[in-house]
Design a protein around this ligand. Structure first.
Ligand code: PLP
Length: 431
């Protein structure tokens, strides 16, 4: 029997049951597989999970209810599920070197909400980086439940350096005496100084929460300093640089273990998503391998090379470059709004997101910046030698956006797709 070439495969080959039951949905999945294969995905919070992680996420562990924790469940039949969760917890503790790990939070936002429930009362003051400076909604920003139910006070980065202004953070913390101080964010291209935050948290009597959602994989792989010696609680997603399924974890010192566990269940959630717990365990196993250390360092090397190549093409970068996986481009000097650039790049097969830059004169829904990152392209095997080409495509795409040269975009898209064909990713069509 001859095999159908990959590029001629349809959803019927890859998802036979799904195609038979629901061809409409199957076609959408197949289209997404094609899109992920053919485009250059530069969204820094995205990644490509391994085949093993994909398989674990798609198991019958899905079918099981397991409210509670291993050995203390409210349902019977946990012979295997308990072992799955214990494995995930043990691997999380070993990988990050923490006393305690809770792997049940459904995602990063609920994980952070559990932290509030564990350590604060409604109306208490909490402190985090302002969203437009690169913080996260759940760090007490006004439109989030965390900013409505708690009194959020925000710190900033310095306008001249793009770096956290620790004098201002200390002053604010001592004045406001927050219950929680969050460090970490979604658009921070530089190393987080956990020690400096810990010092301020100690002086002001706050619980320090390191939200390493973006950089967890870099921390695990030794490409970013660890918050473990400094933070009281560490919150992270599992699906960004850590390259696991969509999910989250809370890591803490033993003294906070009970409060964290009680807050996640029964405080905030019901049954854990066991198929996700299994996939987290797999991802943690992968992240403990030497090859993952190489991956984490390659992510950073690629981001630095891409930043250099963009600077060489006259782009302004917030903080002048990057220490991690992320580059925040300020397009003000190019006279192209971030959203216009992002939409043009999307038509060119380069997937980014528009983003505010610190002190952005434009509105959050129409900001000056574009946020890019290298976790996904590094997972596909692109190296520093490819970053000049990536920067060229971005440059041409942004120029085309500025001049309205629509015809330039499909041409770039073709070049991108041609390169990406040589760099397959798990679960995606290969040609
Ligand atoms: C992504 C992210 C979150 C939220 O994660 P979700 O899974 O999208 O809810 C929280 N904090 C930071 C810093 C993040 O980058």
């Amino acid at each position: 029997m001859t095999q159908t070439p990959a590029h001629q495969q349809t959803s019927a080959h890859q998802h036979p049951a799904l195609t038979a039951t629901d061809p409409e949905l199957a076609a959408l999945v197949t289209a997404e597989e094609r899109l992920q294969a053919d485009t250059l995905r530069l969204i820094p919070s995205e990644n490509y999970v391994s085949t093993a992680v994909l398989e674990a996420s798609g198991t019958v562990l899905q079918n099981k209810y397991s409210e509670g924790y291993p050995g203390r469940r409210y349902y019977e039949g946990q012979q295997n599920i308990d072992q799955v969760e214990r494995l995930a917890v043990a691997r999380a503790k070993a990988l990050f070197g923490t006393d305690h790990a809770n792997v049940q939070p459904y995602s990063g936002s609920p994980a952070n909400l559990a932290v509030y429930l564990a350590f604060a009362e409604p109306g208490d003051t909490v402190m985090g980086m302002a969203l437009p400076m690169g913080g996260h909604l759940t760090h007490g920003w006004g439109v989030s439940a965390t900013g409505k139910w708690f009194r959020g006070v925000q710190y900033a980065v310095r306008q001249d350096t793009g770096l956290v202004d620790f004098d201002a953070v200390r002053e604010l913390a001592l004045k406001e005496r927050p219950k929680l101080i969050f460090c970490g964010g979604t658009a921070l291209p530089r190393t987080i100084d956990f020690a400096a935050f810990a010092e301020i948290a100690r002086e002001s009597g706050a619980v320090l929460v390191a939200d390493i959602a973006h950089i967890a994989g870099l921390v695990a792989g030794g490409a970013h300093p660890s918050p473990v010696p400094y933070a009281d609680v560490i919150s992270t997603t599992t699906h960004k640089t850590l390259r696991g399924p969509r999910g989250a974890m809370l890591l803490a010192r033993e003294e906070h273990a009970k409060a964290i566990d009680k807050a996640v269940f029964p405080g905030l959630q019901g049954g854990p998503h066991n198929q996700t717990t299994a996939a987290i365990a797999v991802a943690l196993h992968e992240a403990a391998q030497p090859s993952f250390r190489s991956y984490a360092h390659a992510v950073v090397a690629n981001a630095k090379a891409l930043a250099e190549a963009l600077l060489a093409r006259g782009f302004d970068l917030v903080s002048g470059g990057t220490d991690n996986h992320l580059v925040l481009m300020d397009l003000t000097s190019k006279d192209v709004p971030g959203k216009v650039a992002a939409k043009a790049l999307d038509r060119a097969g380069i997937v980014v997101n528009y983003n505010t830059v610190p002190y952005d004169p434009r509105k959050p829904f129409d900001p000056s910046g574009v946020r890019i990152g290298t976790p996904s392209l590094t997972s596909r095997g692109l190296g520093t030698e490819h970053m000049a080409a990536v920067a060229d495509w971005i440059d041409r795409g942004v120029r085309a956006a500025g001049t309205g040269d629509e015809d330039a975009l499909p041409k770039i898209r073709g070049e991108v797709a041609e390169l990406m064909t040589a760099f397959p990713a798990p679960g995606l069509p290969t040609a």
